[in-house]
Design a protein around this ligand. Structure first.
Ligand code: DC
Length: 232
């Protein structure tokens, strides 16, 4: 474990982007814990809008209605003992936003440019002047273009599918089907017009295929140390 970057660092922003299943949220949470920073899961915000859209009986294809919903809802990301809790208009949706129905619809919602504008605005506000680790798809390119540390975390489709499969307690899907789902989501996230998944020119690429979680966390902490080491 790298203890050299903890302590009295001035707050700064870490942008962590990458495709689905690359381990971003776990890595981001651990890095935030090591630095005493706030972890912000932007995917949860797109999931929350998707949840509210479906709850209202609105199709994710109805861009204007979805945008109105996104503009009027209150999304809270709260630190909790078991990880971040998510509340929409006061209702806890932490588990609900991870359901397969949300997985199937969230790409459509997150491809609506006006929805992205609303959420990107909120994300910028959440990070301003604070020590945050923010994970997503467009953090280094669009949300926090001036982040002091930018990482693009990836792994092969097969490795990402294996990791997700290992997390399922009652898999009703085969490993091959899961890999195909991940590949489809990669394509939708990378090919959409509005802020596609992309590596920022100044982001450091970490391919975690074959790396342990701790090795990835240490690599990110090393980058923080290299960037900020002289500024204490
Ligand atoms: O990271 P995740 O799987 O929870 O993200 C859910 C979806 O939200 C994913 O399909 C991509 C989208 N997303 C996005 O478009 N921009 C972000 N900053 C974060 C997530």
């Amino acid at each position: 474990m790298d203890g050299g970057v903890t302590g009295s660092l001035k707050p700064f922003n870490i942008a962590l982007d990458g495709p689905a299943g690359a381990g971003k949220s776990t890595v981001a949470r651990m890095v935030a814990g090591a630095l005493g920073f706030i972890y912000i899961d932007t995917g949860a915000m797109y999931r929350a809008v998707t949840w509210k859209t479906l709850r209202r009986g609105v199709s994710p294809e109805q861009a204007d209605e979805v945008t109105a919903i996104a503009g009027a809802m209150d999304i809270e990301l709260l630190p909790g003992a078991q990880g971040q809790r998510v509340r929409v208009d006061g209702e806890d949706v932490t588990e609900a936003i991870r359901m397969p129905e949300i997985n199937r619809n969230v790409s459509a919602v997150s491809s609506i440019a006006a929805v992205r504008e609303i959420l990107v605005g909120l994300q910028k506000e959440l990070a301003a002047g604070k020590g945050v680790v923010m994970d997503g798809r467009d953090i280094g390119t669009r949300v926090l273009p001036n982040a002091e540390v930018k990482v693009f975390l990836t792994a092969s489709v097969e490795e990402r599918a294996r990791r997700r499969f290992g997390e399922l307690s009652n898999p009703d899907i085969t490993l091959a089907q899961l890999a195909e789902e991940i590949a489809v989501r990669d394509r939708m996230d990378s090919e959409r017009e509005a802020s596609p998944l992309a590596r920022a020119d100044d982001a450091v690429l970490i391919d975690s295929t074959g790396m342990s979680l701790q090795e990835v966390v240490d690599a990110v902490l090393d980058l923080c140390k290299a960037k900020r080491g002289g500024e204490e």
